[in-house]
Design a protein around this ligand. Structure first.
Ligand code: ADP
Ligand code: 5GP
Length: 195
């Protein structure tokens, strides 16, 4: 069933391999569009240093996550890098029904599930300039041990192979330029919704 309606807000989906710069881009975009609502995901992975409960993620247990699967309370969910991640159906639908524009930062599997339900959603894939640059960004971020970085790089190749499923593909080379491109795209869709 298509849950998109022209009366509702715009739903933007950002996907990218881990380390591409999605969180950095989200922060920059959200400070530029204060009316854009960031959908805080739920995850069973432990918080990274500096991450805040309820702001970066809602951190929950595996049992709680699986209970919500049984109760059919996820708009989408996926297992990514060995942990569960999901978007609450209730929180997402309430925000859209209230006319808010919403930004989702979710993986390729999650994006597929959202596009199926919300045909007017805007899926955007962010690409790293190269695999070498992706490795450098993951290493510079210093948040993952080497074996985790290797896993993320392997997964990145599979994720990049799915980029054709997205309506827009943007390469995050120069950060300021990427922010401008992304902001222009968001602006375009928001304008078309109100005219
Ligand atoms: P993601 O959320 O996709 O996993 P992050 O936003 O954590 O990625 O970015 C990974 C690292 O790359 C961070 O150290 C960030 O500062 C850096 N970074 C992000 N975008 C760029 C860019 N365009 N150029 C250089 N470094 C970047
Ligand atoms: P990280 O652990 O680096 O924050 O995120 C790992 C991956 O999980 C990223 O690709 C991110 O987009 C994805 N992710 C984060 N939240 C969700 C979610 O709610 N659903 C899905 N399907 N993926 C998510």
């Amino acid at each position: 069933m298509d849950k998109t309606s022209s009366k509702k807000g715009c739903l933007f989906i950002l996907s990218a391999p881990s380390g591409t710069g999605k969180s950095t881009l989200c922060r920059r975009i959200l400070s530029r569009f204060p009316q854009l609502h960031y959908s805080v995901s739920f995850t069973t992975r432990p918080p990274r240093t500096g991450e805040k409960k309820g702001k970066d993620y809602h951190f929950i247990s595996k049992d709680e996550f699986e209970q919500m699967i049984r109760e059919d309370r996820w708009a989408e969910w996926a297992e990514v890098h060995g942990h569960y991640y999901g978007t609450s159906a209730e929180l997402l639908e309430n925000k859209l029904a209230a006319g808010c524009d919403v930004l989702l930062d979710i993986d390729v599997n999650g994006a597929r599930q959202i596009v199926k339900q919300f045909s007017e959603s805007v899926p955007i894939f962010i690409m790293p300039p190269s695999m070498e640059t992706l490795r450098q960004r993951l290493e510079n971020r210093s948040s993952d041990p080497p074996e985790v970085i290797e896993k993320r790089l392997k997964a990145a190749e599979q994720e990049i192979a799915c980029r054709h499923e997205y309506r827009h593909v943007i390469v995050n080379d120069d950060l300021d330029e990427t922010v401008e491109n992304l902001a222009a795209l968001i602006e375009k869709y928001r304008r078309s919704k109100t005219t």
